[in-house]
Ligand binder design. Structure first.
Ligand code: 13P
Length: 252
């Protein structure tokens, strides 16, 4: 038995109306409904969660959301809670994506609140971290990743086993510029060392760390064959059923 089952998630971001989402989910289902070798997750926008959930019901494909609020309910206009996501049969939620951090001011402290709220509601958080190009070129990659991982996951320890970390170098997101497998492996191994510090080696060995940033059918195999790369968080290539399915097959 492999220690860590690979997990490939499609982050559809702010794309797809309900009808388009149904079409994409149906096409993915046709190929991957019975997929057992890899955990497959679809993360449509909130407005399409219910429709996509109905399509993948009774398959091995799971539903994920792209964000949530940390409070259980209340006067937070425009926000969505963990229990609302559970209500729609979400299993996963992406938290602290760099687009949330950059455009909506999410800090590590906010992400940490959200991670705890997700776990309290039995949602598995996919927690995103990653450096900017400027930070990488200044030799600050490790320092930035360490601050984000420790800040986003503080106070968790044993619950870390339920968390998925996504390493998404910001300069590789939507740019067509992928981290080389060696660069990604180095960052993933570093993240696992930080997780060991937050818990213990046994726990850290069970945590799945996804790579995200211009992952495509053409580079997925090499990335996914690295020892500490346990899956992918796919943006652009997840909007096309054929390329998403092909990436999943590389993870099998
Ligand atoms: P791309 O695959 O489009 O680079 O996006 C990656 C990402 O941000 C997934 O969350």
């Amino acid at each position: 038995m492999k220690l860590r089952k690979k997990i490939i998630a499609g982050n559809w971001k702010m794309n797809k109306t309900v009808g388009d989402a149904q079409e994409l989910a149906s096409a993915v289902k046709l190929e991957l409904a019975e997929c057992r070798e890899v955990d497959v997750v679809l993360c449509p926008p909130f407005t399409a969660l219910k429709a996509v959930g109905e399509i993948i019901d009774n398959t091995s494909i799971k539903l994920g959301a792209q964000n949530m609020h940390w409070e259980p309910d209340g006067a937070y206009t425009g926000e969505i809670s963990a229990s609302m996501l559970r209500d729609l049969y979400c299993h996963y939620v992406i938290l602290g994506h760099s687009e949330r951090r950059t455009y909506f001011g999410e800090t590590d402290a906010i992400v940490n609140h959200k991670v705890k709220a997700a776990l309290d509601s039995n949602l598995l958080p996919i927690v995103c971290v990653g450096e900017t190009l400027e930070e990488r070129e200044a030799g600050r990659t490790q320092e930035v990743i360490q601050t984000q991982v420790e800040g986003s996951l503080s106070g968790l320890a044993a619950e870390l086993k339920q968390v998925i970390v996504a390493y998404e170098p910001i300069w590789a997101i939507g740019t067509g510029r992928t981290a080389t497998p060696e660069m990604a492996q180095e960052a993933h191994a570093f993240i696992r060392r930080i997780l060991t510090g937050l818990s213990d080696a046994e726990t850290a060995e069970t945590v799945r760390i996804q790579y995200g940033g211009s992952m495509k059918p053409g580079n997925a195999e090499e990335l996914l064959s690295q020892p500490d790369i346990d899956g992918g968080l796919i943006g652009g290539a997840a909007l096309d059923a054929r390329s998403f399915v092909e990436i999943v097959r590389h993870g099998m």
